[in-house]
Design a protein. Structure first.
Length: 227
């Protein structure tokens, strides 16, 4: 995949245009149109249905195939994040068939990275990031996902986030809690944000809303997409 106009024009953000007669068909994140509560509720209901289908499809992938795909994702990650020494890198504990990047995390730690795991501290609040490496104590967090029990909090330079779904504009469909978008909006220093998942999770649109924040890069087993 080639980089988008943003990366090819000295950082200028690509603009989207549409004739007035079709503007109502454009996703709200692109058009700037304010949505009423019924339309927003509609989008949330649609996302809930689509999210479950995508998770079910991902879980149905044979274990050996998921492992093979994950190795390819790790290889692409090495190309995007070549220099990890001294970097704070947030990853994730695999959940519901997500790519298992704990091997990549261990390798990055050995190369000098300070790897972090995200921790939910309260509903509707930003995540915090705590350092963790293999062998350190974990405890059960939200949805029983393991989180560091004693890790030091840090602000990530790079965030590697799991995808439930993603669209051509690098918008991420997550689990519906809004934690990653809320966290990214609150950080004083914007990290490089990388979404990782399988190619089967690509969809035409996540129907983005104003609070949705696109990934800088999306990586699947087939390659890399840049915003």
């Amino acid at each position: 995949m080639t980089k988008s106009d943003r990366h090819e024009t000295n950082g200028k953000i690509r603009e989207y245009a549409s004739p007035a007669c079709t503007l109502h068909e454009v996703d709200p994140a692109y058009s700037g149109i304010a949505l009423d509560e019924d339309r927003i509720s509609d989008i949330f209901a649609w996302r809930k249905m689509r999210r479950q289908r995508l998770i079910d499809d991902r879980k149905a992938l044979p274990f050996a195939k998921r492992e093979d795909y994950t190795r390819s994702i790790a290889a692409h990650l090495d190309q995007v994040v070549a220099d990890v020494d001294g970097k704070h890198i947030s990853l994730f504990w695999p959940f519901l068939g997500e790519p298992d990047l704990r091997g990549w995390m261990a390798a990055a730690t050995a190369r000098g990275a300070d790897c972090l795991l995200p921790v939910v501290v309260a509903k509707a609040t930003p995540l915090v990031f705590r350092s963790w490496k293999m062998g350190e104590r974990l405890e059960r967090g939200v949805w029983n996902i393991p989180v560091p029990a004693e890790g030091k909090e840090a602000i990530p330079d790079i965030v590697i986030a799991p995808l439930v779904g993603f669209d051509p504009y690098c918008y991420r469909l997550g689990y519906g809690g809004g934690f990653f978008d809320r966290t990214l909006a609150a950080l004083e220093r914007k990290p490089l944000v990388i979404g990782v998942g399988f190619e089967s999770q690509a969809i035409d649109t996540i129907r983005p809303l104003a609070h949705d924040i696109p990934m800088d890069v999306i990586i699947t087993q087939t390659g890399r997409r840049y915003r």
